[in-house]
Design a protein around this ligand. Structure first.
Ligand code: ZN
Ligand code: ZN
Length: 673
């Protein structure tokens, strides 16, 4: 088997001379690589096994050297060369180097983020099976609307441009992607498609498979190590013509990439929130630039960053689809004033009545609540005691299935007390607030005739359970769906005619300057799920602030108008995209995290320029997590170059500081404050 899949493009390089030197990057907190002797010729991008301390580790050759500062008697030798040729094309290698520099992150760590786990572990770069594909192609290109035709006509293959495809839900963005990809395939090129949460949307794969008679592979975190390695391999040989994946698929080693598409480009899942805090959208744009190819960012509710570049800075080309395909009309949005309303487990009477009417007419209803579990707090009505996680100092969430208190921040569990630990009363423990489990139970009582399914993270643990529940929703067997934002992404429920946003207040009252952008994207996304060809959709939004001017602008004038207002607000501060942010985070079991960030601040202030604001350090919103105190330091500038200049110097100094017990990270272009 090994020989049958021998890699055609990995041509072994001849041995040039003996006794050479290489710099090797290894995973870990090391900004620089380490020098080793090597007795065969290699190129940057080949994996090697090297002695490191007392261990052998897998590293990647960063450069071939003429000389080294390491004294001869301390110089160790490469144990083994693992690849006959570099794993990465020149362009991908350049991209990874750019990423290390842009995110001020060790190259060794960047490479480990980019490679499948099997390659990080030193496994051979080969496929364990052949690429299978069906292709049963029965989909036909659709007749295009004038807007779709105009959008397609603007995109040119073979040259770099960023296109923002802003299209209302149902306007046929996917058809535009498909026809663009078809063009790339006809030209013998590969296409890379990034989507949020592919594991939840097998229909994305299906839709592509029905249309194209070419091998298509997926790359996402639900695959086994073996599957991931195989698919990465098929991308590198060019056998896989279309690669569909989540965030990390941006590193797929395609040799003949012709186009990149990012669907739902505004989605937060494209930004990695730990380790290397990269944005797959920004990395993909850089990749397209290096490859000299077009990249299409699609969304019904583009991020303000992308809209700004399409409409103000002129960096992106703006393509718009304003008409829904077919006869479906956009849904009607109603705001329900919750103030002084009697509530039934968080649901107001007007909402329950509208649901009743809708269900009686054969419609399907979706309740959206971004809080899983039964109740967010378990409290003593007698003395005011509330159950908190000892490691995070946050409230435990009460879950009924299984019955336990669960900390949503560190996943600590506790049994549910029958007696208040403070006043010892056994009569007064009450659950406060509404989570999806409670909502589901309340709806079962209120609508006993209906079939109800709940979809949130809690049901993804058992294999097959999620797809089972989703199919009950898709087939229409379930008339009521209850879910978190997992339900807002990419699902199409044919019978859905009413969407209820149970609690819009979390977004309206948040201190994060992006909260309103996120809330409005969510409202438009879930609203897009409502409505059928024969029946207008309805969206009900419960809030204690029904007169919020921006909320009303969203409802009356739509997302583009709201986005303009939000951009004006941000320009006044200025917040991104009118300025650039980087956030240092540090955590420790003691005061050291705060002290560490104070030190970072001092270093930044010595570089002080008018163009640099340093804010903090302040405790994170989640001030304590899993026993660690968390602090943050925000650096802001209106000039990207000034910000990065300062970060480059300071990060280098911070790596030198011995800060025992402090975990720290830098988040460039942070999305969450
Ligand atoms: Zn008590
Ligand atoms: Zn906790």
């Amino acid at each position: 088997m090994d020989n049958s899949v021998e890699n055609s493009h990995l041509v072994p390089v001849p041995v040039l001379h003996e006794g050479g030197l290489v710099r090797v990057v290894v995973p870990g907190p090391f900004l620089e690589g380490f020098d080793y002797r090597i007795d065969q010729a290699v190129l940057p991008g080949q994996r090697v096994c090297v002695p490191f301390g007392r261990r052998q580790v897998v590293g990647v050759v960063e450069a071939v050297l003429g000389k080294t500062r390491v004294p001869d008697d301390q110089l160790k030798s490469v144990t083994e060369v693992l690849d006959p040729a570099p794993l990465f094309s020149d362009k991908l290698w350049t991209l990874l180097g750019w990423m290390a520099e842009y995110y001020h992150h060790p190259l060794g760590e960047c490479l480990h983020t980019a490679m499948p786990g099997a390659l990080c572990a030193g496994k051979p770069f080969q496929a364990s099976s052949e690429l299978k594909y069906k292709s049963t192609v029965h989909g036909q290109p659709h007749l295009l609307t004038e807007e779709q035709q105009a959008a397609l006509a603007r995109v040119t293959l073979g040259q770099f441009s960023v296109y923002l495809l802003e299209g209302v839900t149902g306007s046929g963005k996917t058809e535009v992607y498909l026809q663009l990809i078809d063009r790339a395939l006809q030209a013998g090129l590969q296409a890379l498609v990034l989507v949020p949460e592919i594991a939840l949307t097998p229909q994305t794969m299906e839709r592509f498979q029905q249309r194209f008679a070419v091998p298509i592979v997926a790359l996402h975190s639900e695959l086994t190590d073996k599957q991931k390695l195989n698919n990465w391999y098929f991308a590198s040989t060019g056998e896989a013509r279309i690669i569909i994946g989540t965030r990390s698929a941006v590193f797929a080693p395609c040799q003949r990439l012709g186009i990149i598409v990012i669907d739902e480009e505004h989605d937060l899942s494209f930004k990695q929130q730990s380790g290397l805090h990269y944005s797959a959208r920004e990395v993909a744009i850089k990749r397209a630039q290096l490859e000299g190819i077009p990249i299409v960012l699609g969304s019904a509710t583009p991020s303000l960053e992308s809209r700004y570049h399409a409409m103000v800075s002129g960096k992106y080309i703006h393509l718009t689809l304003t008409q829904r395909a077919g006869v479906a009309k956009p849904p009607q949005i109603y705001v329900i004033d919750m103030r002084q309303q009697p509530l039934y487990h968080g649901l107001s009477r007007p909402l329950l009545e509208a649901c009743q009417k809708n269900l009686a007419a054969g419609g399907q209803v979706l309740f959206f609540l971004n809080r899983r579990g039964y109740a967010p707090v378990l409290m003593c009505h007698g003395c005011g005691w509330a159950a908190r996680c000892p490691h995070c100092e946050r409230y435990f969430t009460l879950h009924l299935h299984p019955l336990q208190l669960l900390c949503h921040h560190c996943l600590t569990t506790q049994t549910v007390a029958r007696q208040c630990p403070r006043c010892h009363s056994t009569e007064t423990l009450v659950d406060v607030g509404v989570g999806t489990e409670r909502l589901e139970a309340a709806l079962r009582d209120y609508f006993p005739q209906e079939t109800i399914v709940r979809i949130d993270r809690s049901v993804t643990r058992r294999k097959g359970e999620l797809s089972q529940r989703l199919s009950e929703g898709h087939s229409g067997k379930a008339s009521i769906l209850v879910g978190t934002q997992m339900l807002a992404k990419g699902h199409h429920f044919k019978g859905l005619t009413l969407v209820a946003i149970v609690d819009a207040d979390a977004g309206l009252f948040s201190s994060d300057f992006r909260a309103l952008e996120r809330l409005s994207q969510l409202i438009i996304q879930v609203a897009g799920r409502a409505g059928r060809e024969d029946r207008l959709g309805e969206v009900y939004l419960q809030t204690h602030e029904p007169t919020h001017p921006l909320l009303n602008q969203l409802i009356q004038e739509g997302y583009p108008a709201l986005a303009r207002s939000l951009l004006q607000e941000r320009a006044a501060v200025p917040w991104p995209p009118l300025s650039y942010l980087a956030l240092f985070r540090a955590a420790s079991k003691n005061h050291r995290a705060e002290a560490f960030l104070k030190q970072a601040k001092e270093l930044l202030l010595t570089l002080a320029s008018e163009n640099l604001q340093v804010l903090g350090p302040v405790p994170c919103v989640l001030a304590k997590k899993a026993g660690y105190y968390q602090w943050q330091l925000l650096v802001q500038s209106t000039q990207r170059a000034a910000l990065h200049h300062a970060l480059k110097i300071v990060v280098r100094q911070l790596y030198e500081i011995k800060s025992r017990g402090v975990r720290w990270s830098l988040d460039v272009d942070t999305q969450e404050l």
